[in-house]
Design a protein around this ligand. Structure first.
Ligand code: ZN
Length: 273
């Protein structure tokens, strides 16, 4: 995102989750940092709520804690950050779901009860971890929404020409300890054995394997193929709520930078044939 000024400045913002007052130098903003001093929300989480505010018709500058209670609105998150998930549960009939525990939602293997159920779905930094076929995951995001429902979506992505799949043949695999590190051993669907070195995991309890680094155009075309409309990349900073980050440079200087802005999309009300 490009700032409206050239040199580093102090940015004063009000957190759009807890209404906490913050100030931070513009060069210290980061997608996964720049935490609110009151609730701990990082810039990505403020971005998620910023985009959701628009989808559910809340004022963009009203903090989530002050949103109107509307229990007739059904929402779901996929391993959402508890800091905003708890508030969403107070405002809406919202359920934070998990891949491996109740309340369970496996986006690659949907239960019938989730179909056409939600007015909004949040999927933030999940799809870089799901197995192939990827389009099925995007199709299922579409299916769990009601007609007219809105998606708030994010993944780390580049603006290169291609998604980088780290393990294209992953089929029947296990992550093993090997000489002080981890390796992936895989049997592909033709029965061939493969080994992959230096897998990348994303933190938290129980590590989650990074399967790919998306490129932006692929994300957008997967969403369009699933049937989504009004697909929008929220790449403009909203400084008053601290939704801003510069492109993320990797430790490896040859790796392309990540942009990874929040994306919104809608399931159309009427599906045309
Ligand atoms: Zn906050």
């Amino acid at each position: 995102m490009k700032l409206p000024f050239e040199t580093a400045q102090i940015i004063e913002y009000r957190c759009n989750i807890c209404n906490g007052k913050n100030r931070l130098e513009s060069n210290l903003f980061h997608r996964e940092l720049a935490n609110c001093r009151k609730c701990g929300a990082n810039a990505r989480f403020r971005g998620i709520i910023h985009v959701l505010a628009d989808l559910v018709g809340e004022g963009e500058l009203t903090a989530l804690q002050d949103w109107t209670v509307r229990k007739n609105i059904l929402g779901a998150g996929m391993s959402d950050w508890p800091g905003y998930a708890n508030l969403l549960g107070k405002k809406f009939s919202y359920e934070n779901t998990f891949y491996d525990r109740e309340p369970r939602l496996d986006i690659m293997n949907l239960a019938e009860k989730h179909m056409g159920r939600y007015d909004f779905v949040i999927s933030t930094d999940v799809f870089e971890h799901v197995l192939q076929p990827l389009q099925q995951g995007f199709d299922n995001l579409f299916r769990i929404l009601k007609p007219g429902g809105g998606l708030v979506f994010s993944v780390p992505y580049t603006r290169t020409a291609q998604t980088m799949e780290h393990y294209p043949g992953l089929h029947d695999y296990e992550i093993l300890n090997f000489r002080g590190g981890k390796i992936i051993v895989n049997r592909d669907d033709a029965g061939r054995l493969q080994a992959y070195d230096n897998p990348v995991f994303h933190g938290g309890e129980g590590t989650t394997l990074e399967m790919r680094v998306f490129c932006e155009t692929d994300v957008l075309s997967h969403l369009a193929r699933a049937g989504f409309v009004n697909i929008r990349v929220h790449d403009q900073p909203q400084l008053s709520i601290g939704y801003y980050w510069p492109e993320l440079m990797s430790a490896d200087p040859s790796a392309p930078p990540l942009y990874a802005y929040i994306i919104s999309a809608r399931r159309p009300v009427i599906v045309s044939d």
